[in-house]
Design a protein around this ligand. Structure first.
Ligand SMILES: *Cc1c(COP(=O)(O)O)cnc(C)c1O
Length: 394
């Protein structure tokens, strides 16, 4: 029997080192990384500022627990609240755990208002993680299969359907929060409409409910703002992030503002590792680097550049149904009902790392440190793979 539990159908490549937008295998074959470890390594591989921060912190102190003050955690909390305008933060080790904290805040917020069965409004095609509560909030039936009983306290509506949200609030007095991704990543790289996001903010204000944004994938510069909600002129009540925050060192964060920031008190939540010095040193270096190198602006530029190139290569072919996403979250919905996951394998063989999600959406999540030439290469190689896929279907 294999010693690793069989939870992933893995592709046949193993990488040994990386630099910038490239990773390499033991034979030194280079792969252009247009996936960034699933939106994690936004600063690419081996970024000197991150390497230096991790190494220096490891030499000093790796872990002490949350029973004591943690200087690095304080520092990261200050940076994160400054960059987001949120009031405070709880640190976890992963995205799912950050969402667990958000779900617990929503429930306790509800109980404090006298609602005994607090319910959270979630979306079709949502992905919020693999723990039992976040799996319940996730819309994927295949991911849920076999793990029942799932949790009570979630109600689902169609994404981008503001009327459905209004009806849900009108009919369900137990709704205490909305949990939503500003751009659905796993669900097909679908961006929320401005009308939907603005409408949810208004609705939550009117109904005294918490607007909770899952920015685990969209945060840390990925969409061209530090957080995707900054494309709008309001704040969420709760904001979760993870992936890009540590550039590969596991860390998650649940930020809150206003009354939501006062719900958790000593004894009500915790984590042994959460916010430890090593993870927070990486997080601090990520935020500093994104700010110093003006990477949010660069993400918007690169996103535009890659989209323009994709249009140039693919618009005459009829292979593309729709381009989706924001910034460097790029979805190419293919004109086929067939599963196109095979493109991941053929791209790998051609030295390109990308992903296919929701069956037929080619997903690019490249690092922010791409040069213009590398960005053009991502578009060119992706178009080649899509073209080869359709040629093989004939
Ligand atoms: C990846 C992701 C999660 C889960 O994060 P983990 O670190 O894998 O637990 C939750 N929500 C969204 C939107 C994600 O993209």
């Amino acid at each position: 029997m294999q010693p690793i539990m069989n939870t992933y159908g893995r592709l046949s490549a193993t990488f040994t080192h990386g630099k910038g937008a490239y990773v390499y295998d033991a034979d030194n074959k280079a792969y252009l990384d247009a996936l960034s470890g699933i939106a994690v390594c936004g600063l690419g591989h081996g970024h000197p500022a991150i390497t230096q921060a991790i190494c220096a912190q490891a030499e000093n102190l790796v872990h002490t627990s949350n029973l004591y003050g943690i200087g690095r955690q304080q520092e990261l909390a200050e940076k994160l609240t400054a960059v987001s305008g949120m009031d405070n933060v709880f640190f976890s080790n992963s995205g799912a755990e950050a969402n667990e904290a958000a779900i617990k805040i929503a429930r306790k917020f509800g109980h404090e208002k006298g609602i005994d069965l607090p319910t959270i409004l979630v979306m079709e095609n949502a992905f919020h993680g693999r723990t039992l509560a976040t799996l319940t909030a996730t819309a994927n039936k295949a991911a849920q299969a076999g793990f029942g009983p799932l949790l009570d306290g979630f109600q689902r509506i169609k994404y981008n359907d503001l009327d459905a949200a209004k009806a849900a609030f009108a009919n369900n007095p137990n709704l205490v929060a909305v949990l939503v991704e500003p751009v659905q990543g796993e669900g097909g790289v679908t961006a929320a409409t401005d009308e939907f996001m603005n409408g949810l903010r208004t609705l939550c204000n009117e109904r005294d409910a918490l607007l909770m944004l899952d920015e685990i994938q969209t945060g840390n510069g990925r969409t061209g703002k530090y957080f995707a909600f900054q494309h709008f002129d309001w704040h969420p009540d709760v904001l979760t992030t993870a992936k890009g925050l540590g550039n590969g060192v596991p860390i998650g964060a649940c930020l809150a503002k206003g009354r939501a920031a006062e719900v958790l008190q000593p004894g009500s939540h915790g984590s042994t590792y959460g916010g430890n010095p090593l993870a927070c040193a990486a997080g601090c270096a990520v935020i500093d680097t994104i700010n110093q190198e003006n990477l949010c602006t660069r993400v918007s530029e690169l996103g535009e550049r890659i989209r323009t190139q994709l249009h140039k290569h693919l618009d005459q072919t009829g292979f593309v149904k729709e381009y989706r996403g924001k910034g460097l979250m790029i979805g190419i919905a293919l004109n086929t009902e067939d599963n196109a996951a095979g493109i991941m394998k053929s791209a790998l063989e051609a030295g390109l790392l990308l992903n296919v999600t929701a069956g037929n959406v080619v997903r690019l999540l490249p690092p922010f440190v791409l040069t213009d030439e590398e960005a053009d290469l991502v578009a060119e190689k992706t178009a080649e793979q899509i073209t080869a896929y359709f040629a093989a279907q004939k």
